[in-house]
Design a protein around this ligand. Structure first.
Ligand code: ADP
Ligand code: MG
Length: 613
């Protein structure tokens, strides 16, 4: 049998290695930024086109490369950072495998210009798919500029798998943030298609956090520090009230390199236990300094996973440090976040005197108040035709029971007008609010419990969907334009939704530098604070992004519905409860909130009977 084994040509070997190092444009940004930091730069500029699919350009003012190094750096295992195997265990710099540039040059068109301080002339090199196309001496500034064009141009299968520009940009922004946070003494900038995303001056870590994440978070940071012989922990954590529903502000760094650690994340979360609303994440920017011999950075090709020698001890120390910081600032649980559907049943000790149940009345209620009368008759007129048959049935058959009920109503003599409309009990009799969260009402089959926020979300959601396909349904209310500073990621997200939002009556202008202004809101939105509205819209939009059940309109409508629905902990007037319930039953799908969770639950008569057996 003839010999069959062949050595792969370098270009193929490089392409294979590139599969590990270069997953998407963001990986290129990370490798090049880290190289620039390693080169001692004090200023690093990143310019991106089309989510990095067309162009990634990085310009630094670091040490530059000699003519020979400029050629050598594109060879595999070419690095100035390791001289012997031992260095692998003591390495402090970020890149150290000498693979990044070779990999990038294997799967893109690369142009590099570089010059070291002592030379008059620099070097320009062009490489395409590992092949050197041009190599010449040119005049250029000290430092290095690298442009990576048409990533994966020679591997169509991989190019096809790249996502839309805005998603690729999102990944780039994450990588950019990680390097920028780890190096506050270096100034950075990031632009996309010519527009500035970030301009970050040199500063300290807190200033860097504020520049990246916005002033809002800056006002909610607590500093953190512990210093032991084994490890030094420092950085900032967010106060519990600044926690968000979606990730994006959680960072660990080890010896100034970003790392992922689901294990240590739990140590932080445990320290915040009971301080956070369910499913929300606190911001944290935590830096560990540890003897490089006690960690293994090489376990993952993209080097974001790091193994500590004694993970459990570090878990304990981190947990204690975060707890201490939270304690120092007297952040104590103040809100009761129980989310379960519990109907409060008062507990009477056997000896307690029994008093007759009381009917809750609204002390402000005045049946002769014109406003009230006109509002309620308007609502009745308006809803007569809108209410779905189901709700009418549910309720009217209950009315049919007649006598008992009427008798009961008459005893509630504080409602004088009940006698004038004997068959239509008023809202105060029909609806009862529990814990400022659930609306209770009696129906044919038992006791109906309605989740006020979810019900309102359903109503708004269907409303918004109609507006999106047929134009806005409610008038706009001009505001004194209020500017809001966002993080770059949130700014990009919002700028892609302005058209849809404007179809819903929310007018926003993009002021640049991650700042927006809210100029008008639809008059039916009750949220008085536009900033809160926009921020919670962004939060729920991010949550909904991963929901495959939503198309673009549904995602927009569901997110805005969530942000603008009446919240929990809001006391509702009987007339408001009536309005809400009527509108809910006029919906196409009254039973579920846009996210599929139930809006209504009925406690059946059977079940009630059982409880009294
Ligand atoms: P590594 O960073 O692991 O050494 P790379 O392939 O990323 O491997 O880079 C190879 C070498 O090229 C580096 O070791 C460094 O000497 C040189 N180099 C890369 N980028 C720059 C830069 N921006 N400025 C100066 N030298 C650089
Ligand atoms: Mg490198």
């Amino acid at each position: 049998m003839p010999d069959v084994i062949q050595l792969l040509p370098d270009s193929v070997a490089n392409q294979i290695a590139a599969g590990e190092v270069v997953q998407r444009p963001a990986s290129v940004v990370k490798e090049l930024m880290e190289n620039s930091v390693d080169a001692g730069s004090t200023s690093i500029q990143v310019a991106i086109r089309d989510g990095g699919k067309a162009l990634i350009q990085i310009i630094d003012n670091g040490c530059g490369m000699s003519e020979t190094d400029a050629r050598l750096c594109f060879e595999r295992h070419a690095t100035s950072k390791i001289k012997e195997a031992n260095d692998l265990f003591a390495i402090q710099t970020m890149g150290f495998r000498g693979e990044a540039l070779a990999s990038i040059a294997a799967v893109a068109e690369v142009e590099m210009k570089t010059r070291i301080a002592k030379n008059q002339l620099g070097t320009s090199i062009r490489i395409s798919g590992s092949e050197v196309i041009e190599h010449e001496a040119i005049a250029c500034p000290e430092g290095t500029s690298i442009a990576v064009k048409n990533l994966f141009f020679n591997i169509p299968a991989r190019r096809k798998f790249l996502k839309g520009s805005s998603l690729e940009l999102k990944h780039i922004i994450s990588e950019f943030q990680r390097v920028a946070l780890a190096n506050p003494a270096v100034s950075f900038s990031l632009s996309h298609n010519g527009a500035n995303v970030y301009i970050l001056p040199q500063g300290n870590i807190k200033q860097r956090i504020v520049h990246l994440m916005g002033k809002n978070l800056g006002n909610h940071l607590i500093d953190l520090s512990t210093n032991t012989s084994v490890i030094k922990i420092s950085g900032f954590i967010g106060k519990p009230d600044s926690a968000k529903k979606s990730p994006g502000e959680q960072f660990f760094f080890v010896n100034n390199r970003y790392m992922k650690s689901p294990y240590l994340h739990k140590a932080v979360m445990k320290a915040y236990e009971k301080l956070l609303p369910p499913e929300s994440l606190p911001a944290y920017f935590i830096f560990f300094e540890i003897d490089p011999g006690a960690i293994d950075v090489n376990i993952h090709p993209t080097k974001t996973e790091i193994k500590f020698e004694d993970e459990r001890m570090i878990w304990q120390m981190l947990n204690a440090t975060v707890k201490e910081a939270l304690g120092k600032f007297a952040v104590v649980p103040s809100i009761d976040f129980d989310t379960e559907m519990v109907i409060d049943v008062p507990f009477f000790p056997k000896s307690a005197p029994v008093s007759p149940p009381e009917v809750e009345v609204n002390p402000d209620f005045n049946p002769f108040d014109k406003d009230y009368v006109s509002r309620s008759s308007y609502q009745q007129a308006n809803q007569g035709h809108r209410s779905a048959k189901g709700w009418q049935d549910l309720y009217q058959q209950e009315q049919g029971k007649g006598f008992d009920q009427q008798a009961e109503r008459v005893t509630q003599s504080s409602f004088a007008h009940a006698e004038q409309e004997p068959m239509v009990p008023n809202a105060a009799q029909r609806f009862f609010q529990v814990k400022n969260r659930y609306i209770l009402t009696s129906v044919k089959s038992g006791l109906m419990v309605i989740d006020q926020k979810r019900a309102h979300e359903r109503i708004l959601y269907e409303n918004y969907l109609t507006s999106l396909s047929m134009g806005p349904s409610s008038a706009q209310q001009e505001l004194f334009p209020q500017s809001i500073e966002l993080s770059a990621g949130d700014f990009t997200l919002l700028s892609e939704q302005t058209e849809g939002l404007s179809a819903l009556g929310i007018s926003i202008s993009l002021l640049g530098q991650n700042t927006i202004a809210v100029n008008a809101l639809p008059s039916n939105i009750k949220q008085a604070n536009p900033e809160l509205l926009i921020r919670s819209f962004i939060d729920s939009f991010k949550e909904n992004t991963s929901n495959p059940a939503f198309d673009a309109h549904q995602k927009l409508a569901a997110s805005l519905a969530k942000a603008s629905a009446i919240p929990y902990n809001r006391q509702l007037e009987p007339i408001e409860m009536q309005d809400l319930v009527d509108k809910l039953f006029a919906c196409q799908h009254p039973n579920i909130a846009p996210d599929g969770k139930p809006t209504i639950s009925i406690l059946g008569i059977d079940e009630l009977d059982k409880r009294f057996r």
